[in-house]
Design a binder for this molecule. Sequence first.
Ligand SMILES: C[S@@+](CC[C@H](N)C(=O)[O-])C[C@H]1O[C@@H](n2cnc3c(N)ncnc32)[C@H](O)[C@@H]1O
Length: 434
Amino acid sequence: MKQETVIIEKVLYGGDGLARLSSGKVVFVPYTLPQEKVKIVLLEEYKDYAVGYPLEIIEPSPERIPPPCKYYGLCGGCQFQHLPYERELEIKRDILKELFLRQGFKGELPLKGIIPSPKVYHYRNRLRLHVENHIFKMGFVKRGTHEVLKIEGCLLGDKLLNEVLQGLYENTCWINMAFYVKRLRLELSPLDSKVCLLFWTILPPEKRDLKELTLIPSVKSIFYFIKGARPKGPYPEQAPHAGRRIFQGALDLIYYSQPGVFNQVNWEINLEIIKKICELAGEAERVLDLHSGMGNFLLPLVKHLSEAKEFLGVDTDIRAIEDGIYTAEKNELNGRLELRKMSALEALYEAFQEGKTFDLVLLDPPRGGCKELMRLLPEVASHKIIYISCDPPTLIRDILLLQKEGFELKELYLFDMFPRTYHFEVLSLLQRRA
Ligand SMILES: C[S@@+](CC[C@H](N)C(=O)[O-])C[C@H]1O[C@@H](n2cnc3c(N)ncnc32)[C@H](O)[C@@H]1O
């Protein structure tokens, strides 16, 4: 395979370093830092770019540090363990600015803050693993392959999740079940320091196996998917709050959430995001949350905006809506908000037909963004939009579309939800031009 020595110019979204081959062609090289001289092997070469892998860091950056995880470089999960956290934040800031520039944003970027994660490791409150049986293993996908890399512990995962993972490796019942279990999620229930298990299986497990699994220390409840959209469970049947995870929310709220329902993975940074949303909400009177999940952002707004007239949250996941209603009841907020299972587009269409507007609209879509909402959203959002996204390219695309519809990007914040990986969360405040 062809080898070359290159100098890394900068780090790109995705975590790769960018360099140029002697031919002038751009090459992407993972696990590198700006200004490093690196001997690379060319893995793939296309018309416009090439993909390399570092064989030797000939002149390492003074910032380079040894990665603490033994799987680093093999596992596809982390990209930034070889640099100090402060540097990772600077790189993420530069990446965000460059993405805006490249996608055609004009004018000064109102980037008001970079909010670091209080925890750099052990921040994840859930781990998702593949399960394989011929040589029993649980793990993540190996970088650049479809193979499963056996993982005995993940440095990004909460320590309790790793303890339960160890418990599963030592549990004979689970080892036997691995013949028909395909995937597993370990989900932390932080307020009671317990872990919920959720797995995908092609055969129903025996009751006695489930019982045996509940004996693993710290296991709170077990659920499994076999067919359909709703998992079986909880086991044990009498698990408190139907086996839900319990979180301490902002403003003295307690959240209850069924395993498998979306929850922000880094709880500490989630609380920072909520604080910022409340601050930016101003004196909103009608709030529409178009991707409410279990009400993570809407419930604190209900508490914060005590004079507001209407709160509506919608989500396509019925179980998230159930959790939101359950949580609202437990926190004595029911009656102050409405949570409905429907798509964001349906909600906008309904509001439009009824001639209703909302002075604060929250967007927190999956990675694909909100392009399909851009026709109706400007008809319904009368004043402010707070758009939270874990996918900057689609966020920027949608911000540019909203600018054309009369909204102005007022404030932008980078919340580092995912330290040591190239991912981050961005919160943007858009306001209708006067
Ligand atoms: C990134 S999560 C955010 C959830 C919530 N805001 C939170 O912080 O927990 C995205 C949510 O969008 C929901 N979703 C996906 N497609 C949707 C759609 N077309 N309309 C409404 N919600 C949707 C998912 O079920 C998920 O709950």
